[in-house]
Each structure stands twice: as structure tokens, then as C-alpha cells.
Design a binder for this molecule. Structure first.
Ligand code: FES
Length: 99
């Protein structure tokens, strides 16, 4: 097992798990071909990349938190995929805005 790698899983989808190096930037590695995640600005502003993340990742930065509080208030599992600091294996699911 390589401890420098993290596995990204997309449960309940047909996408295969991806193995990325720790601290990789998801927005540089996830594409429409290999993941269900869509990106827009890639700088933490637009909210296109909102996802529900399960796993052990560092808390959001102040800027990310502000965007999350606007787009998904009260949901602590929702994160901006383009801002994630990858530090362990995670599961990513699409964020369904049911409002
Ligand atoms: S792609 Fe715009 S916030 Fe992540």
C-alpha cells in the first residue's frame, strides 16, 4: 500500500475509484470522463463543484466556508471539490439541492 496516495470513490455511480497522490488538486485530475464532478471557476467562487464528501479531510478555509454557507447552509458534508486538500481516502457524491 502506498501511503502517499488517496483513493477517491464515487459510490452509487458507474465511475471507477481513482487513486491520486496526497494533496493533489481534484480539479486538475477529475474530468467529465472519470468522475461525476463538474467544475467551473476552479478557484472556489462559483459553486459548480459542490459535492458531498465522506472521509477525513481538513475543514474548509474561511473563504470556502463563506461560499458553503451561502450555497448549502447547515450541511457540514458539503464541500467545494476544487478546494479540497486531499489527505486521505474519500467518497464523493453529487450534491442534490432539493430546494
Ligand atoms: S469550480 Fe467554482 S467553486 Fe469549485
Amino acid at each position: 500500500m502506498n501511503e502517499q496516495c488517496c483513493i477517491i470513490r464515487f459510490p452509487e455511480t458507474d465511475y471507477s475509484p481513482l487513486t491520486l497522490e496526497k494533496h493533489s488538486n481534484l480539479s486538475e485530475h477529475l474530468t467529465v470522463q472519470n468522475s461525476p464532478v463538474l467544475f467551473g471557476c476552479r478557484t472556489g467562487i462559483c459553486g459548480t463543484c459542490l459535492v458531498v464528501v465522506k472521509g477525513n479531510i481538513p475543514p474548509p478555509s474561511k473563504d470556502e466556508k463563506e461560499v458553503l454557507e451561502t450555497l448549502a447552509p447547515g450541511n457540514s458534508q458539503v464541500r467545494l471539490a476544487c478546494q479540497l486538500a486531499l489527505s486521505s481516502d474519500i467518497e464523493i457524491a453529487a450534491f442534490d439541492d432539493e430546494e
